[in-house]
Design a protein around this ligand. Structure first.
Ligand code: SF4
Length: 469
């Protein structure tokens, strides 16, 4: 079956685009500025830019495009690993079947509730539940986990959006998840290069079926899940090829369903216990340097202006600080990825329980304070999903950049809740200052909106929670 990843075409587009004309690049950047999704030829040209001045222009514009679509806000979430049993043997993964150094564990519903309470009491409102690929993690089990998360309340807190990262499913299984109420379903293709895919996913494993995975989100869409997340694991193959693969995947979803990916994730390979492929850099021909990684983030932002872009705590704080202004929209913080890790680890690495080693283990509050310093409003907004602004409705707002009219008010309102209920004193002072400054800017652009936000802030100060537009 012919699929939408045409390797020859991608390779020839990249070859034809070498040494691009600066004027041509500036024309392409003008198209990004108008928030139009780029065509593959255009993305290939951006990927081939080497000139320092042009790269600087691209980085600058990537941040501006993000701010003009979503506003100056960064959404926070936390990953929650439910179980690390897996039937696959992906060579880069600490959870692979034959890795005897890993302790296998699946949270009971009671243990899951304890983890969720810990996260609620840190101020988290959005989770992504992560599962290995195993018959025990079927749709029934995942639905029970989702229900457990939504039904767990603690004090004034609760989790208001549950996203899922799990193995590709059949349409009927996705439908079950959809009915239970999930936000985004994420599947990362890992690599869009078939040869590499076959080399890192041993034949005979469920995961070795490239196309089953490639069309996994089509089946989710067919089941009614219209917020889907794509991603590639950077470091398996040529990063330029992978960015092209992500773009073709976005175009495929747009063409078939009228809705592009809600998010694109850009994980880089990190070390894992007893996993030489991931832990020894020399084993990987396609290691992506920090400078190359900046280009990955900026080119994706410029190519698919409407999409959310996720940069996780895999990356160290220094890298996150540098990359967030290039168009990132979502980050996790305070993350612990060992099974049961929020209870068991006060900040340490639990190698025998983790899929890979995190680069940024700072607390949520520390990262929140830094995001304010960088000039953004931290957001715990879950309103889009709960108001039905998903799929086509979301895209209709995101493509012309109207979604920021909702994102910024909701960022301020949910951040205010965080500041009142969970923030350390110093963070609260910095956060209140950031809100004041943002409201002053909003007042100049859109006084009516500012008035509405002021009124809702007073409701929150008066004790009301879960206030949104
Ligand atoms: S990457 Fe996923 S499917 Fe592959 S071994 Fe790890 S947990 Fe299993």
């Amino acid at each position: 079956m012919q699929d939408f990843i045409d390797e020859e075409r991608i390779t020839s587009l990249l070859q034809e685009a070498t040494e691009p004309d600066p004027q041509k690049i500036r024309d392409i950047l003008a198209k990004s500025r108008s928030k139009e999704r780029l065509e593959p030829e255009e993305t290939a040209a951006l990927l081939q830019v080497e000139e320092a001045d042009l790269l600087a222009e691209m980085y600058q514009l990537a941040g501006e495009v993000k701010n003009s679509v979503y506003g100056k806000r960064i959404v926070f979430f936390a990953p929650l690993y439910v179980g690390n049993r897996c039937i696959n043997n992906c060579i880069y993964c600490g959870f692979r079947r034959t890795n005897e150094a890993v302790q296998r564990k699946t949270l009971s519903l009671g243990e899951l509730e304890t983890e969720v309470r810990t996260l609620i009491n840190q101020g988290q409102k959005r989770l992504i539940l992560v599962f290995g690929e195993h018959p025990a993690y079927d749709a029934d089990f995942i639905c029970q986990c989702i229900e457990k998360v939504y039904s767990t309340k603690d004090g004034r807190g609760e989790i208001r959006r549950v996203n899922i990262n799990a193995a590709p499913m059949e349409v009927a299984e996705y439908r079950q998840l959809h009915e239970t109420g999930i936000g985004t379903f994420q599947i990362f293709q890992e690599t869009y290069d078939r040869k590499t895919y076959a080399a890192v996913h041993p034949a005979g494993d469920k995961k070795s079926d490239f196309q089953w995975r490639l069309y996994g989100l089509d089946r989710a869409m067919e089941a009614g899940i219209d917020d889907v997340g794509i991603g590639a694991l950077f470091g398996l193959y040529d990063w330029k090829f992978e960015v092209m693969g992500l773009l073709y995947h976005a175009i495929h979803l747009e063409e078939r369903y009228g809705v592009g990916p809600h998010t694109i994730s850009v994980p880089r390979i990190e070390p894992a216990i007893n996993t030489p492929f991931a832990s020894v850099r020399e084993n990987r021909k396609y290691h992506v340097s920090d400078e190359e990684f900046k280009r990955v983030v900026a080119v994706i932002r410029l190519s698919v202006p409407y999409t959310g872009l996720i940069l996780t705590a895999r990356e160290p704080a220094t890298v996150r600080r540098e990359l967030i202004p290039l168009g990132v929209t979502q980050i996790d913080a305070g993350s612990r990825i060992g099974i049961g890790g929020y209870q068991k680890s006060a900040g340490g690495y639990l190698p025998e329980k983790e899929q890979f080693q995190l680069g940024d283990v700072r607390s949520l509050d520390e990262v929140i304070a830094e995001i304010c310093e960088l000039g953004y409003i931290p957001s715990f907004c879950t309103a889009g999903y709960r108001c039905g602004r998903t799929g086509e409705d979301f895209m209709a707002l995101a493509r012309p950049g109207l979604v920021r009219k909702f994102c910024m008010p909701n960022a301020i309102l949910t951040f205010k809740e965080y500041l009142l209920d969970y923030a350390a004193e110093k963070t609260r002072a910095a956060g209140e200052e950031a809100i004041k400054k943002t409201l002053a800017e909003m007042g100049k652009d859109d006084p009516l909106r500012k008035k509405m936000v002021d009124e809702k802030l007073r409701e929150i100060e008066g004790g009301k929670r879960d206030v949104y537009v």
